[in-house]
Structures are given as structure tokens and as C-alpha cells.
Design a protein around this ligand. Structure first.
Ligand code: ZN
Length: 198
């Protein structure tokens, strides 16, 4: 496939490794970049490197943050006894946008999927159990309603039950297989309010 310069080919190859970017889109992006002012290209490249090297996990909730402890976990006005478990930082952002949830979060960074070979040890589950040794009233499981999300919810509830801490699952106002980040705020709030104890 040496139609273009080797550099462009290399760029296309790198871009097509990103999720949702096929060979065609990668080509389009690569040629777009070729036409961008050098300054913008440098900004793009440096923002990728900066984000990747400076963003870390919050040491309490494991969301992606610029600080050791994220602003939500640092906020004394949040209810630190209520923990909402989500699959990723984008889901956390979806609930934060509603502005109505006052507890804190725990970000798993994935979901259990026997098919993909992702087990309980591959997500931040041990870290969640460790947090529960503190003063916690309720764990709200807000994993996606996909097969993986439901499997994870069931697994977590079984782990937590013996501790006596209340475990609930957000209501299924969320469409089956739906990613939380694409769901509107009203539906998210209804799912939260209609949560049921497991
Ligand atoms: Zn945090």
C-alpha cells in the first residue's frame, strides 16, 4: 500500500488503531492533518502527550484526574457514605451532569466479561471492597445494562451482601445494552431515584 509517502502511511496506521476509526476514516483524518496549520498540529500532538502523561487515577475513587485525589472526593459537601459504582469516567461524568447526585463514585474501569476474558481481578473491584471497610451506608451499582454490566452488578452485590452494607441497582429506565454516557439526564435521574435494593 505504498500509494502515499511512508510518513502518511505510518500516520494512517497509527490512527486506525483507535477505537471506531476504520482505515477509511484514518485516511481522511491523516489528510486533514496534512492541511492543518503546523501550530494546530503541534497543539494536538502535545495535548495527547500531556493528557496521557499527567492524568492519573484518583486514589480514592479511581476516576481519571489531574490530582492525587479528584475534586469530587475532596469535596466535604458530598456524601462520602454513598458510593455509586460506574464502569468508567465517562459514566461518572454523565451522572455529574445531572447535578443531582450528592454521593461519591467508584470507577471500575471495565466490566466483568467471561467472553473477553475480563475477570474480577481486571477491574477495580478489590479497591472497592477496600473502601467498604470505611464508613459506608449504601453502594449504588450503576454499571451499564449490557450483559457485562449485569454480570458485574450481580458479582458485586454478592460480594457486598455479607458485609451488611445496603446494595442497590439503578432502575432499568436505562435501555438494555445502553451506555450510560449516551442517556439523557432525566432518564439517568429516574434510574437513580427508582433504584431497587439487591
Ligand atoms: Zn475521586
Amino acid at each position: 500500500m505504498e500509494y502515499y509517502s511512508g510518513h502518511i502511511n505510518h500516520l494512517i496506521e497509527q490512527l486506525s488503531r483507535l477505537p471506531g476509526i476504520g482505515a477509511k476514516s484514518a485516511g481522511r483524518l491523516a489528510f486533514h492533518i496534512m492541511n492543518m496549520p503546523m501550530e494546530q498540529v503541534e497543539q494536538l500532538a502535545s495535548s495527547i502527550t500531556k493528557a496521557r502523561s499527567n492524568v492519573c487515577y484518583c486514589k480514592e475513587c479511581f476516576t481519571l484526574t489531574d490530582d492525587e485525589v479528584c475534586p469530587i472526593c475532596r469535596n466535604p459537601k458530598r456524601n462520602h457514605k454513598e458510593i455509586m459504582v460506574v464502569e468508567n469516567s465517562r459514566d461518572l461524568a454523565a451522572y455529574e451532569k445531572t447535578g443531582k447526585y450528592e454521593g461519591v463514585y467508584h470507577v471500575l474501569h471495565g466490566a466483568i466479561s467471561p467472553m473477553l476474558g475480563i475477570g474480577p481481578n481486571d477491574i477495580k473491584l478489590k479497591e472497592l471492597m477496600h473502601r467498604l471497610q470505611g464508613d459506608v451506608d449504601e453502594v449504588i451499582i450503576a454499571t451499564n445494562s449490557s450483559l457485562e454490566g449485569e454480570t458485574t452488578a450481580m458479582y458485586i452485590s454478592k460480594l457486598i451482601k455479607p458485609t451488611g452494607i445496603k446494595v442497590s441497582r439503578i432502575a432499568s429506565g436505562v435501555p438494555v445494552g445502553g451506555d450510560l454516557e449516551y442517556i439523557d439526564e432525566v432518564t439517568l435521574l429516574r434510574a437513580l431515584e427508582g433504584r431497587t435494593e439487591l
